[in-house]
Design a protein around this ligand. Structure first.
Ligand SMILES: [Zn+2]
Length: 143
């Protein structure tokens, strides 16, 4: 799959906390062993009970568009040829209190609606600095 955003668009900075999310090709969410809360984005401690006993669980990667925005005025010149583009906030089926931001990559902006069923997909993006590739979670409409 070609990258949805322009090639020069900024990549997330991978660190120890978000590495499972950005490098596994699975929708890995941080889970608190102490209180069973699932949270995203990952943090040093659980936002519910402040425990630092955290691991990761895999989401099924299905959900629906909870909200969206279709930028028409590029906030950066790299986006001059990309507007309008789809930014969706997805509510996950298996962790409904977790909502993830991404691009809906297979849908024309006029067809983006609240409630659209979506599945996670991944864009493999080479690190221009020679580091490991990022597998960026994105969204496609469920068939
Ligand atoms: Zn907790």
């Amino acid at each position: 799959m070609a990258r949805y955003m322009p090639d020069g668009w900024t990549l997330p900075e991978v660190n120890d906390l978000n590495r499972p999310f950005f490098t596994t090709g699975k929708l890995m969410l941080q889970h608190c062993v102490a209180c069973d809360t699932v949270q995203h984005p990952p943090e040093d401690i659980c936002r519910s009970c402040q425990s630092d006993n955290l691991d990761y669980v895999e989401s099924k990667g299905t959900g629906e568009v909870y909200s969206y925005v279709l930028p028409h005025h590029p906030p950066n010149e790299l986006l001059n040829t990309r507007i309008p583009y789809n930014i969706v906030l997805v509510q996950l089926d298996d962790h409904p209190h977790v909502r993830l931001v991404g691009n809906l990559v297979d849908t024309e902006p006029d067809d983006v609606k609240i409630g659209i069923r979506v599945n996670a997909t991944w864009e493999e993006i080479a690190d221009p600095n020679g580091g490991p590739a990022i597998l960026l979670p994105q969204w496609v409409q469920a068939k």
